[in-house]
Design a protein around this ligand. Structure first.
Ligand code: CDP
Length: 214
């Protein structure tokens, strides 16, 4: 079973994806970490985020060991990731890695921006997790302050709006729900409620595909 979980920054897709992976005993890939990883390599080397040749090289040689670096979760890295993620050659280099991960025999849970639209268009279940920008800014501020990072909610909201606009307006794999995705608005839901709703949507989707498959 392949579960594709997409959505904008701090919508709760990562928390949901982790929980679904544990529940179904499936491997989980937070694909945002790949883009954050490319950005981190460029910043560490003093190369420009907009240098497509350098970004493509970094994407092609991204080491899985680097994906555990705690700096990847910094707020600035999310912004930098969104700049490199707009580059088609970076996306092309990272799609292969994501598809290989999704090809695990038992299936996988992947979360990101384009899993249901580009990386795994044939996923068994597609969820598009979203929430109001103000709610997402509050959640991200809490997450950052729990990690000891400065967390000005107004600044975070401004960042989120810029990043949403950049992610949704890029020409290659823009952030959007796949036509066959179930939209899950988490603005007024607790983590447990989101999980319960997702399980219900998955149960329906799986039933539908067993009915339609010969
Ligand atoms: O956790 P948060 O939602 O803030 O960010 P993330 O999922 O780690 O993604 C960071 C950035 O990487 C996003 O703003 C996107 O620009 C990019 N990204 C992407 O383009 N495609 C993906 N499948 C995942 C992330």
């Amino acid at each position: 079973m392949i579960l594709a979980i997409d959505g904008p920054a701090a919508s709760g897709k990562g928390t949901l994806a982790k929980r679904l992976a544990a529940h179904f005993n499936l491997p989980h890939l937070d694909t945002g970490l790949l883009y954050r990883g490319v950005a981190m390599v460029l910043l560490d080397r003093g190369e420009a985020l907009t240098d497509e040749d350098a970004a493509e090289r970094a994407a092609q040689s991204l080491s899985p060991a680097l994906l555990t670096d705690s700096r990847l979760r910094d707020r600035a890295m999310g912004e930098a990731a969104s700049v490199v993620a707009a580059q088609p050659r970076v996306r092309a280099a990272l799609v292969a890695f994501q598809r290989a991960f999704a090809a695990a025999p038992e299936g996988a849970v992947l979360d990101g921006r384009d899993i249901g639209t580009v990386v795994c268009p044939a996923a068994d279940v597609k969820l598009f997790v979203t929430a109001a920008p103000e709610v997402r800014a509050r959640r991200r501020a809490l997450e950052l302050s729990n990690r000891g990072e400065p967390s000005d909610e107004a600044e975070i909201l401004a960042d989120i709006r810029i990043r949403d606009a950049r992610d949704a307006s890029r020409t290659d794999a823009p952030l959007r729900a796949a036509p066959d995705a179930q939209v899950l608005d988490t603005s007024d839901l607790t983590v447990d409620e989101v999980f319960a709703k997702a399980l219900a949507l998955i149960a329906i989707a799986i039933q539908d595909c067993t009915h339609t498959r010969p």
